[in-house]
Design a protein around this ligand. Structure first.
Ligand code: ASP
Length: 318
């Protein structure tokens, strides 16, 4: 019987002091929920779903209610989970009427011969499997309306957030670093190992602030922001989605683990690769089926939590 392990993250960016406590409390609550599942002998997939549900319900994070808004003022959510024991995955993208997209993704994983649904089709699938649909307005906070207004004013003034259009210096993509202070990444995720030795991963996001409606980032794409296979590792990423997608970075990291690299090292390598190849920034949690794990970020901070047999730990920097 394996000793269960759970890692969670609540985004990687320059988490300011006035947001620090909320981020740390949020990951702590998620750890509690997920770890409770594991210590009762529950599965890794149930644990990551439970942990991410708590993070989606917490308006601190860019997932579920309180997410960043699209350029036209809506919440559009993406989520994926993957069970590395059964090699099953379920994902949804661009859903607007689902409170907990990770639970809709779980329905896809368990109840559909397909793996991924988008938009209205995803909502209809969830509803037809018993999930109530809500009004998009229930997911929108005034705080985010204000944040969008500022982002759009900056865009109109030619000061668009570096995440979308600009880089901090003009030395070219190899050396330029996005202004991470300006671009918060509050996506959430979890990876777990259960007592049966199975691993799983989950990632959920509202995407990037002021995104064009219909845009899908890395978080819910298999092998990009989330991946799990008992033969390699489980991973969840956060950060600037477009470079992560182009590098298929989650799968890149788990392949390293399968080839013998320790997860602690592979996590750091993945973030270096993201930066060196495409000037990207973000954070990663990575867990092997043998219980070895790694975390890394090249942003000033990343909200993280870790539950092992030694207890529960949280932090804002690795
Ligand atoms: N990776 C997410 C996206 O690009 C954003 C984030 O991690 O906060 O949609």
């Amino acid at each position: 019987m394996r000793t269960p392990i759970l890692l969670v993250h609540g985004g990687a960016w320059a988490i300011p002091e006035d947001a620090a406590a909320a981020h740390e409390n949020g990951v702590r609550n998620a750890l509690d929920a997920g770890h409770r599942v594991l210590t009762r002998g529950g599965s890794a997939i149930d644990a990551v779903e439970a942990a991410v549900t708590v993070l989606e319900d917490d308006p601190t994070f860019d997932a579920g209610r309180g997410s960043f808004l699209t350029s036209d003022g809506r919440v559009q959510l993406d989520a994926l989970l993957m069970d590395g024991g059964r090699m099953k995955a379920g994902g949804v993208a661009c859903v607007e009427r689902i409170r907990n997209p990770i639970q809709a993704a779980r329905l896809v994983l368990e109840q559909s011969p397909h793996v991924y649904f988008v938009g209205a089709g995803a909502e209809e699938f969830a509803q037809s499997h018993g999930m109530p649909l809500i009004e998009n307005a229930e997911l929108v906070l005034d705080r985010e309306r204000e944040r969008l207004k500022i982002a759009r004013e900056r865009e109109a003034a030619g000061l668009a957030d570096a995440t979308f259009s600009g880089l901090e210096d003009d030395k070219g993509p190899e050396t330029a670093i996005p202004r991470v202070i300006d671009s918060s990444h509050d996506t959430v995720g979890a990876v777990a190992l259960d007592t049966d030795g199975n691993i799983a991963a989950a990632t959920s996001t509202g995407g990037t602030l002021n995104k064009t409606p219909g845009r899908v980032g890395d978080s819910s794409l298999i092998g990009c922001g989330c991946y799990a296979d008992n033969l390699s590792a489980a991973v969840s990423l956060t950060g600037w989605g477009e470079p992560i997608m182009k590098l298929v970075l989650g799968k890149w990291a788990t392949d390293r683990v399968a080839a013998g690299t320790a997860p602690a090292f592979a996590a750091r390598e993945a973030i270096s690769y993201l930066h060196n190849r495409l000037g990207g920034h973000g954070g990663i949690i990575l867990l092997g089926p043998d219980g070895r794990f790694g975390m890394a970020h090249n942003t000033p901070a990343m909200a993280w939590g870790l539950a092992t047999e030694h207890g529960l730990e949280t932090g804002l920097k690795i």
